[in-house]
Write a protein that binds this ligand. Structure first.
Ligand code: MSP
Length: 655
């Protein structure tokens, strides 16, 4: 009998590049949750998919010389594409939505029209900034250093006739939802949303575009396409049948039990999404969980930063289950985690090879060695229990409740910690009982030995059931090795000590998690990952053009360094005295002390822009700016002044 329904979603992915393990992080977590709920007896709907519209996809397709649809088809369905990756990672989704699916397109047009008809979408003029990679509109005041506050990349000016959604109208209700309910988790994200977005005043949201065509057309106003986030967010309901006939599961599964989303898209899910549902008079999802990022080298793993880790390489080397386990065991779900190959190998060696793998292999080997095919009937209750028998049984039979308490709050790391405490306890129990010593005198100790081994098999079984959502394939193998059939792999049986038949036939099988040679594998990984992790990173090219006349106004000159000094009380600045060809010395200050010793620069010919307005720094005047080249090497910021040929005389104009 089903315990009820459970509807869980991942964000739908932009198929603008191949996915990396940062993307897999959220989907693996969602999969573990979905499998856990199925294990508990829920009728689960697990939705994932792809978010295929928007200017970025249109641009990428045109760069690749294909249509946007061909472009996304290849990344979604093609080799090593999104669907292949989910297959590799053993993701048990129930439904996959593509926002280019016909039913979704029609449904979005209906939804947009409904919000237009009810007055919440109106026509106006959009003037502001747009971040192409994030497909996000921003007002000037929301920018950070003039750049996108989410990704830090340059934004472009946007001005056009557009439709707006009356987000401002819902500000109070959304604030109430965030502050006075459990809707958004972890709780720390609530303050972020309220302080950064709601308190400064929610502005109406621009929800249509006319500057590109790769989107869902607004059917009552040709030339407008629906803003990609409106299109994307409603996937959670169109996939169940909202405003379409392709599916009919809304009554059964909506409202969603939880949307898992990365922290940078919490704003869309916890402010814009509920506001639009309020406008449509639809029930709100029960929860949004904003998880942290998987970082690499201290920064969010992402294709544009060039620091992505290829899941195929890791899965081939260490196995999919080890990779799945690592992601959820090592990092608290609500916070960021820094991926390193060392940490991955260490986790596999410690938890999987040493603790779990050893427990299984030692126990099954001892059963076979001392008793043959199976333990003797009756051994479950033989002997007077020792204190450590009691301790082990209590730890194992209470485990399910402790694990459940953590899983219900999406605390995967803590749930796994509970399981591994019991596994460690069981390994200690082997040492406490020294079965090899008992086996020396089977006549005297045979019954005790059988009882000890039974306790170990039973503890392993309970842990195996609870690890199934994380490592489904390996747990199948584990159950086969300890002789646990499907009747004792269930949620109910995980709370019952003694459910494993005494005469179950354990079989020592292949080593579930072989130990990894850290040094050797690290060296190999370094080589394999090198192409994915460029040693040299440069800034993305500017998205915005500068007009030619404006550019020509900049006066670049060759300048010769006559003198260069450190600036007192400044760690960054150097003060240059320069010959700019005019006969009068020019003073320029430059924040490059980290990279150059002043005396090394005297006599060099550099390039400066000389018609910037004068500035004062640390009380000294700076008349222009020296031009340098910046890049990152292995994550570290590097700077090189543009030093030019001595044949170029001071004052020569660069054009
Ligand atoms: N298309 C939107 C989601 C629309 S949902 C209605 C989107 N797509 S995405 O492909 O850019 O990102 C999908 C998910 O992957 C997001 O939740 C994002 O946070 C997550 N991740 C992408 N890189 C990540 C890491 N390095 N670490 C953890 N999660 C990361 O956003």
């Amino acid at each position: 009998m089903s315990k009820g329904t459970f509807y869980i979603t991942t964000p739908i992915y932009y198929p603008s590049d191949k996915l990396h393990i940062g993307h897999a992080y959220c989907t693996v977590a969602t999969d573990a949750m979905a499998r856990y709920k199925r294990l508990c007896g829920y009728d689960v709907m697990f939705l994932t998919g792809t978010d295929e519209h928007g200017m970025k996809i249109e641009d990428k397709a045109s760069q690749a010389g294909v249509t946007p649809k061909q472009f996304v088809d290849n990344i979604v369905e093609g080799p090593r594409g999104v669907k292949d990756l989910w297959k590799l990672m053993n993701i048990s989704y129930d439904r996959f939505i593509r926002t280019t699916d016909d039913y979704h397109v029609t449904a979005i047009q209906r939804i947009f029209k409904k919000m237009h008809d009810n007055g919440d979408i109106y026509k106006g003029k959009y003037v502001g900034k747009y971040c192409k990679p994030c497909e996000s509109f921003w007002t000037e005041s929301q920018l950070v250093d003039g750049k996108c506050p989410d990704c830090g990349r340059p934004v472009v000016d946007a001005e056009e006739e557009a439709y707006f959604f009356r987000l401002s109208k819902y500000a109070d209700r959304v604030r109430d939802l965030l502050e006075n309910t459990d809707f958004l988790q972890p709780r720390s994200r609530v303050n972020e949303m309220v302080n950064n977005f709601i308190k400064p005043g929610l502005e109406d949201l621009c929800v249509s575009r006319t500057s590109f065509t790769w989107g869902i057309p607004v059917d009552f106003d040709p030339g407008h396409v629906v803003y990609v986030w409106v299109d994307a967010l409603f996937n959670y309901m169109t996939a169940l049948g909202l405003d379409n006939d392709a599916h009919d599961d809304l009554d059964k599964y909506w409202p969603a039990d939880v949307h898992f989303v990365g922290k940078e898209i919490v704003r869309f899910h916890s402010i814009i999404w509920p506001a639009m549902l309020m406008s449509m008079g639809l029930p709100l999802p029960k929860k949004v969980y904003g998880h942290g990022w998987l970082n690499f080298g201290g920064e969010k793993m992402s294709k544009s930063r060039g620091n992505v880790v290829d899941p195929y390489i890791l899965a081939e080397k260490f196995g999919v289950d080890a990779l799945r386990f690592f992601m959820l065991r090592t990092f608290p779900f609500g916070s960021d985690g820094n991926f390193t190959n060392e940490l991955l190998i260490q986790t596999i060696n410690t938890d999987l090879a040493n603790d779990l793998g050893n427990l299984v292999s030692r126990t099954t080997a001892m059963v076979n060695k001392y008793f043959g095919a199976s333990l003797p009937a009756g051994c479950r209750t033989w002997g007077t229990p020792e204190s450590f028998d009691q301790e082990l049984k209590a730890a194992a039979s209470g485990l399910r409740d402790r694990y459940e308490a953590e899983m219900e709050w999406f605390q995967f790391q803590n749930a796994l910690e509970e399981v591994f405490r019991v596994i460690q306890r069981a390994n200690k129990y082997i040492d406490e009982n020294a079965p090899w010593a008992l086996a020396k005198d089977m006549a005297a100790n045979g019954r005790r030995l059988a009882h000890v081994l039974y306790n170990l098999l039973e503890t392993t079984r309970i842990c195996g059931v609870l690890l199934t959502p994380f490592m489904p394939e390996s747990m199948e193998k584990l159950f086969a090795q300890i002789g646990a059939d499907s009747s004792v792999r269930t949620w109910d049986s995980a709370k019952v000590w003694g459910a494993l038949p005494e005469t179950a036939a354990p079989q020592k099988g292949e080593n579930l998690f072989p130990r990894i040679d850290m040094e050797k594998e690290l060296a190999e990984l370094e080589k394999l990952q090198a192409p994915a992790k460029p040693a040299v990173e440069t800034e993305p090219l500017a998205e915005e053009n500068v007009d030619f006349d404006t550019f020509c106004k900049s006066d670049f000159r060759a300048v010769k360094v006559k003198d260069c000094q450190s600036v007192k009380k400044s760690e960054k600045l150097l003060c240059f005295t320069l010959d700019d060809g005019t006969g009068t010395d020019r003073q320029i200050l430059s924040g490059i002390a980290k990279w150059y010793k002043p005396q090394d620069l005297v006599g060099k010919t550099l390039v400066a822009i000389v018609n910037l307005p004068p500035r004062k720094m640390m009380g000294l005047a700076s008349n222009g700016m020296l031009i340098s080249a910046v890049h990152k090497e292995k994550g570290e910021e590097k700077l090189n002044l543009l030093i030019v040929d001595d044949a170029i005389p001071a004052g020569a104009k660069l054009c």
